[in-house]
Design a protein around this ligand. Structure first.
Ligand SMILES: O=CC(=O)O
Length: 333
């Protein structure tokens, strides 16, 4: 090792240590971020020759922050091994993979993607809804397969304007979905944990009642103990034969087995799904359904949202190490 390299190593050892749990999807980009790697000692668990438990033991007292994404659980057990952690930064809007109670008990702050994913998530939700109603992907397949020539005209699609759309979870993504669909002449109502005073739309405290009064449900809420399988048999029945489900929240908010059964039996009209209960596995029954549009959990990701996310992550790390204000706190201890 030459002197320069030795110097660099010594300097990097003085930097605050940040544990990166898993590479995909956004964390890889962040892990390569020059700015981030000049300011922090990034400990990439997947690059270490040590098994995770040994890596954690070796750095137990020096890891001060964890950078993760939605597919890497931050459990009480993990936190217990890392007593110096002050911040968990997740590069996702969803926080269902983080044990928030354990973080609170240990005085650890948590930040998420804040509002950087709101536009992308809303665009994707509206895109899925339009695709189901206007049959865009299915009609595209029809043309490519030469069926227009062989079979003639394609079945009629549905109009968007005038549809009663129930938004489940009027947070930052849900509000953007509402704004977009209002502009297309849809009639918006919503269900949320609480009525939102700022929202000019009818509020239903029961998701079943919302479903009974909607042509479509667009699921934008977080996955919690309360929302797990919230979209169940009763809700799907209330939505009815003409109803459409769009889900860009988390797969487990919907009882997927019931959803598949309702679609197979023609008890709802269609679905646009970006998220699934057991990703990346998608129920095979859905593959042959032209009234179902599928995407691989990509709703919120765009180059623009990645860039904004990188800035946000860096800003949150800077804040915690300079005792400043976190930019997108879920919990600020
Ligand atoms: O699903 C994506 C996210 O939670 O950011």
């Amino acid at each position: 090792m030459d002197n320069q390299e030795q110097n660099r190593n010594c300097q990097s050892q003085d930097l605050p240590q940040v544990l990166l749990l898993k590479p995909p999807p956004v964390v890889t980009v962040l892990g390569e971020d020059q700015f981030l790697s000049n300011r922090y000692q990034l400990l990439k668990a997947w690059e270490s020759p040590l098994p995770l438990h040994q890596l954690l033991t070796k750095h137990a007292n020096s890891i001060q922050a964890i950078l993760c994404s939605g597919d890497s659980p931050v459990t009480d057990d993990l936190l217990q091994r890392l007593p110096s952690v002050r911040l968990v930064v997740t590069a996702s809007a969803g926080i269902n993979h983080i044990d928030l109670i354990a973080c609170r008990r240990r005085g650890i702050s948590v930040t998420n993607a804040g509002i950087v994913f709101s536009d992308g998530g809303a665009d994707a939700a509206v895109g899925l809804y339009f695709d189901v109603l206007r049959k865009i992907s299915a009609a595209d397949r029809y043309v490519r397969q030469g069926l227009w020539v062989k079979k003639g005209d394609y079945p009629l699609a549905s109009k968007i304007g005038g549809k009663r759309v129930g938004i489940v979870g009027l947070g930052s993504i849900g509000s953007e979905v509402a704004k977009r669909l209002e502009a297309f002449g849809c009639i918006i109502s919503y269900n949320s944990r609480k009525k939102k005073n700022f929202a000019p739309y009818p509020f239903y405290s029961s998701v079943c009642e919302l479903a009974a009064n909607s042509d479509a449900l667009i699921i934008c809420c977080a996955l919690t103990d309360q929302t797990q399988h919230m979209i169940n048999k009763e809700v799907l029945s209330a939505l009815g034969k003409e109803g459409v489900i769009v889900n860009i929240g988390r797969g487990a908010i919907v009882d997927e087995k019931e959803l598949v059964r309702f679609l197979m039996e023609g008890k709802i009209a269609g679905a646009g799904l970006d998220v699934f209960e057991n990703e990346p596995h998608v129920p095979k029954e859905l593959f042959g359904m032209d009234n179902v549009v599928l995407s691989p959990h990509i709703a919120v990701f765009t180059p623009e949202s990645f860039m904004a996310l990188c800035k946000l992550v860096v800003g949150n790390l800077e804040a915690v190490f300079s005792n400043g204000r976190l930019l997108s706190p879920v919990m600020d201890e």
